[in-house]
Structure formats: structure tokens, C-alpha cells
Design a binder for this molecule. Structure first.
Ligand code: ZN
Length: 384
């Protein structure tokens, strides 16, 4: 029933895609609930959300872990207002731009408590699986979500080229299809297809996931509707070029095509407004608060981990070293299925250990280095 529903919607969307260049299906497939915020928070703590990225791809498409890291970094760049292109906007717009204080990280523990890197891989033979509900079900050739009240599920998959992605709304929090779906062509920053090659398709879709609407509202209706947000500028429809040849502003005094919720190509997108940030945060507290309580704390991205493995890949011997101030107490080894293979205790103060890999299975190993105050780092070692 649901599959038919989605297919029917998709058919409608394809018709409208042809008509007006719609590239995001969020407000067609889900209810978007932008609403005026009661008040901007006075306390503004950092909200960190654990992410799992499900790569559900045809055999011919490969997305490396590094591309996932690039995408997460791009999210944090834009949600934390670290994007350098903000400086190219008029000062009036720059003054409205928000640091949302929302951050994303790959979950370091799966729902069964097994350490990992927050990335799953599924090979599927279903063409354009992203437009069918089978995407959300392992029994139907896709990948079932991790509990969606606890994890932000992101599915990266094949969809028709002119559809970039879609997201569920906060009111669907915890549902079996709750999360974000992204066309693999526009995921990450290295090798993604132009002009959506800066990771901003996911930034846009996460805006929907946190309850934001497009600046023109749901329909392109010549300024009769908007997104319900006080500090975005009313638009009659999306901008599809960077910079646009024709502005779609309802008020010519404020030309703006750089809001992440517009359709503008990535290099022209630069900001969420302060009210958009306030609404996203309010919706996290109201609908998605359990994401903030997930014990799967975020692990540092590989670039930030002060652990060195040499050589990596390794055939027989690997030297693991870490800064002296990191008091590593023991190291656990897991295979790719998450099964613990072995554990090595470190009895004396040291900052280096040699590990003989001969007894370990070939392939990817996960190392979990646990400190004396129960902090830990996860690193990957390729054994071949
Ligand atoms: Zn959208």
C-alpha cells in the first residue's frame, strides 16, 4: 500500500518536476511543519546528533568512507556557519546568518552496542531504490533503519538523476522511514556531480528533517504563501541558477538566493537565518530529543584522532602509537561484523605497542582504544 502510495506520489512529482524543476521531494512526500517559533532560546547549548549513513547502492557504484567523512564535515561547516562563501553575501544577509549550534557525527555504537564507524553498506539490485519504500527494509532489498528516535538515519542510494533527495518531517520522528534519503550522485564533496558538489543537498534536506519549509512554501503560487519564518524573504518560487538570471523575490528590496532551503546550486548557498535556526532547535527539543540522549556518543572523525597506525594496510606487524597524554588502558579488536576478536591490556605507561596480526582474519579490523577514564577512540586497520 505504502509502496503504491510512494510510487503514485513519485509519478505526480515527475510530472511536476518536468513543469517547474522540482528537485527535492520533501514537501511532496511529507508534511513540512515550519512554524513561527515562540522565542529564541536564551541558553544555546551545542546539540550533537549521532548519524548512521546507510550506503544502499548498485554493485557498480562505490562510495568510500572518506566521502562520508567529507559529507559530515560539510554539514558541520554549514550548520556551524564556518562556510567561507558567507563573506561574499551583502552585509544585511550576513547579519541574519545563524550558527545553528547543531553538529553531526557518525555514531560509534550500533543499536546492539557494538562499536563501529556509523556506516552500513548494502548492495542492491533494485534500480532507483530511493523512490520505493523497499529502501527502508532489509527484507525487500534495502536497509532497515537503526532506531530512528535514537539515530539520524541517512540513506544514500540511486534515484533518477533529477531528484536530489527528500526527508521526513519532525512529526514523523521514530517512524520506520524517518530520516533523509540522498541521491548518491550529490552526496559528499569529492566527486559529487556538479553543480551540487559541496554536500549541501544534505544540508537542505536536514533543514526539512528539522521542520523547515522551502522559502516559497509548498506551492509555487506567486507570493500567496511562504515558509512561516519571520526573517527569510518571501519568494514566489525556487532559484535554480547560481547566480539566478531571474529573481523570484516577492520584495525586490531584498534579493536573496543563498538560503540553504532554496534550490540554488551549492556554491551559491550560504546560510540559515537566525529564526530558521531557532525553529530547527525547537523542533529537536520537541520531537527529536531522544537523539540527544543516545548513548552512542559521537566518535571523532579520522582526521582528528590522535592515533597512528603504521603501516596501514598491514600484512603482519602493525605499530600503534598515541600521544603520551592519552592514557590508553587497553585495545579491543573487532572484525567487520562487529565480533570481538581479542583484547590487549597495557599495564605500564606507554604510548606505543606492536601488534602481530597473524592470528587475525584478513580484511577490515576495527580497533577500539580505551583510556583509563573510559574515553575511547575507534580506528580502522586493513589487514591483508
Ligand atoms: Zn526541499
Amino acid at each position: 500500500m505504502m509502496k503504491l502510495y510512494l510510487s503514485f506520489l513519485f509519478f505526480l512529482v515527475l510530472l511536476s518536476t518536468k513543469a517547474d524543476g522540482q528537485r527535492c521531494l520533501s514537501d511532496t512526500m511529507h508534511t513540512v511543519i515550519s512554524k513561527p517559533t515562540k522565542e529564541v532560546e536564551t541558553r544555546n547549548p551545542l546539540l550533537q546528533l549521532p548519524v548512521v549513513v546507510h550506503l544502499v547502492l548498485p554493485q557498480s557504484v562505490i562510495i568510500e568512507d572518506q566521502q562520508v567523512y567529507n559529507q559530515i564535515n560539510a554539514l558541520n561547516r554549514d550548520f556551524r556557519r564556518h562556510n567561507s562563501n558567507l563573506n561574499t553575501l551583502p552585509l544585511t544577509l550576513q547579519a541574519l546568518a545563524a550558527d545553528t549550534k547543531i553538529e553531526f557525527c557518525l555514531a560509534n555504537i550500533d543499536p546492539d552496542g557494538i562499536p563501529g564507524i556509523g556506516i552500513t553498506r548494502t548492495t542492491t539490485s533494485i534500480e532507483n531504490i530511493g523512490i520505493y519504500n523497499s529502501l527502508f527494509s532489509a527484507n525487500d532489498g534495502g536497509k532497515s533503519p537503526w532506531p530512528s528516535h535514537q539515530y539520524l538515519n541517512i540513506w544514500v542510494c540511486e534515484m533518477p538523476e533529477d531528484i536530489l533527495g527528500y526527508a521526513s518531517s519532525p512529526k514523523e520522528a521514530g517512524d520506520a522511514t524517518d530520516g533523509v534519503v540522498i541521491n548518491y550522485r550529490y552526496f559528499g564533496t569529492l566527486g559529487a556531480h556538479t553543480p551540487f558538489q559541496m554536500g549541501r543537498t544534505l544540508v537542505h534536506e536536514l533543514g526539512h528533517y528539522f521542520g523547515l519549509a522551502h522559502p516559497w512554501g509548498t506551492f509555487h503560487d506567486e507570493c500567496e504563501e511562504d515558509d512561516g519564518i519571520s526573517d527569510t524573504f518571501p519568494q514566489s518560487g525556487p532559484h535554480n541558477e547560481c547566480p539566478p538570471r531571474e529573481y523570484k523575490m516577492c520584495d525586490d528590496a531584498n534579493p536573496s538566493y543563498s538560503n540553504y532551503m532554496d534550490y540554488t546550486p551549492d556554491c551559491c548557498l550560504a546560510m540559515f537565518t537566525k529564526q530558521q535556526a531557532a525553529i530547527m532547535r525547537q523542533n529537536i527539543y520537541e520531537y527529536r530529543a531522544q537523539l540527544l540522549q543516545n548513548p552512542a556518543i559521537c566518535h571523532e572523525l579520522q582526521d582528528d584522532i590522535p592515533i597512528s597506525l603504521y603501516p596501514n594496510p598491514a600484512t603482519s606487524l602493525c605499530v600503534i602509537s598515541w600521544p603520551e597524554e592519552e592514557k590508553i588502558e587497553h585495545i579491543e579488536f573487532y572484525d567487520i561484523a562487529g565480533k570481538k576478536i581479542s583484547q590487549t591490556s597495557l599495564h605500564q605507561q606507554s604510548s606505543q605497542i606492536e601488534i602481530c596480526l597473524d592470528p587475525f582474519p584478513k580484511g577490515l579490523l576495527l580497533l577500539r582504544l580505551v583510556t583509563d577514564d573510559n574515553k575511547y577512540y575507534i580506528h580502522r586497520l586493513y589487514h591483508h
